[in-house]
Design a protein around this ligand. Structure first.
Ligand code: CUA
Length: 337
């Protein structure tokens, strides 16, 4: 029953999430990259539809006008052969023209896509993991390099460059309202450039089957006006907030003395693990477990108590905690805004 309720909860959140303000549709382009792809999709679809209709029309005409009176089907009729040769030549020429047209439109679209990030204001390195996204804002000053997870904030109206890589298997980065799909491949970097024309929350999803929890590998791009983005970045660069109550302090101490620190980093503390998501400002994010749960205290408690029933196969182990310890750790993590 508990398992059923967990699955029902997760499923409801997954279905509602896009409807609750996050856009996720290639048919709703919100930036130049997705708009270019949208035009290309419609051009290919419209042209293919016209060709399909023409083929069907020719087939129906042939069926209606078939020559029932002809005795020997192999008998040659010179004038009929000449006409047939003419039509085949026209059809071959038309096919070549269509193929060249489609290739050229694809080429020019690619050229447009390649030019979007020419003046990129940010380089963000996205590393795919089973089953979450590591997000690192590159900077020449090491103290201004920011590592976070599963949510990418960008300034709206400004192009950004995403460098895509993976440490385990092939994943695929796809935020359809802003850009096309691009794979994250172990040992190889791909570059995706995009711009969000308007502030908003754009949902994305891993688009390459990458194992058991592929479907629970969501990502959000949050585009904000420049001042809000700068404020967000400055805040994220700060070390984690200090515990403000006895319970939070107890949670902090537990976290630092439990296996949590082996996998997670919390800036400004001794927790320095890099296997799992960076938790320095974890509760400032809007979702937990890569878009699987809404971020709040009850989700944190559910996730820590039994990650395997929410995301079976996830690399987050079950850590045996008593009720008080759980409450303390949740209070501390909830403090990390
Ligand atoms: Cu990562 Cu599918």
């Amino acid at each position: 029953m508990r398992r059923f309720l967990t699955i029902a909860c997760v499923a409801t959140f997954q279905v509602c999430a896009p409807a609750c303000g996050a856009t996720q549709s290639a048919l709703e382009p919100m930036g130049p990259a997705s708009a270019e792809l949208f035009r290309l999709i419609w051009f290919f679809t419209a042209l293919s539809a016209v060709i399909w209709l023409a083929v069907i029309a020719v087939m129906i005409t042939a069926i209606i006008r078939r020559d029932r009176a002809r005795g020997d089907p192999l008998a040659l009729d010179a004038s009929r052969e000449r006409r047939a040769t003419g039509w085949v030549t026209i059809a071959t020429g038309a096919t070549a023209i269509v193929l060249i047209g489609l290739t050229l439109s694809s080429y020019f679209s690619n050229r447009t896509l390649a030019g979007i990030g020419a003046d990129a204001v940010l380089t963000i390195r996205i590393t795919g993991h089973q089953w979450w996204w590591e997000v690192r804002y590159e900077n020449e000053q090491p103290s201004r390099v920011l590592t976070t997870a599963n949510e990418i904030h960008i300034p709206s109206g400004e192009p950004v460059r995403l460098v895509l890589a993976s440490t385990d298997v092939i994943h695929s980065f796809w935020v359809p309202s802003l850009a096309g799909k691009l794979d994250l491949i172990p040992g190889h970097e791909n570059v995706l450039e995009l711009r969000a024309d308007k502030p908003g929350v754009y949902r994305g999803q891993c688009a390459e089957f990458c194992g058991f929890q592929h479907a629970h590998m969501g990502i959000l791009i949050i585009a904000e006006p420049r001042p809000e983005f700068d404020a967000w970045l400055e805040h994220q660069l700060q070390p984690a907030p200090l515990p403000a109550s006895g319970e939070e302090q107890a949670g902090h101490d537990l976290f630092m003395n439990r296996p949590c620190v082996m996998c997670h980093k919390i800036g400004g503390t001794t927790a320095g693990g890099i296997v799992g998501p960076n938790l320095t400002h974890v509760s400032s994010r809007t979702t937990l477990a890569a878009g699987t749960l809404p971020m709040d205290e009850s989700s944190l408690a559910a996730w820590i108590t039994d990650p395997q029933s929410i995301k079976p196969g996830a690399h987050m182990p079950v850590i045996d905690l008593g009720g008080d310890d759980l409450r303390s750790i949740v209070a501390y993590l909830d403090r990390l805004k």
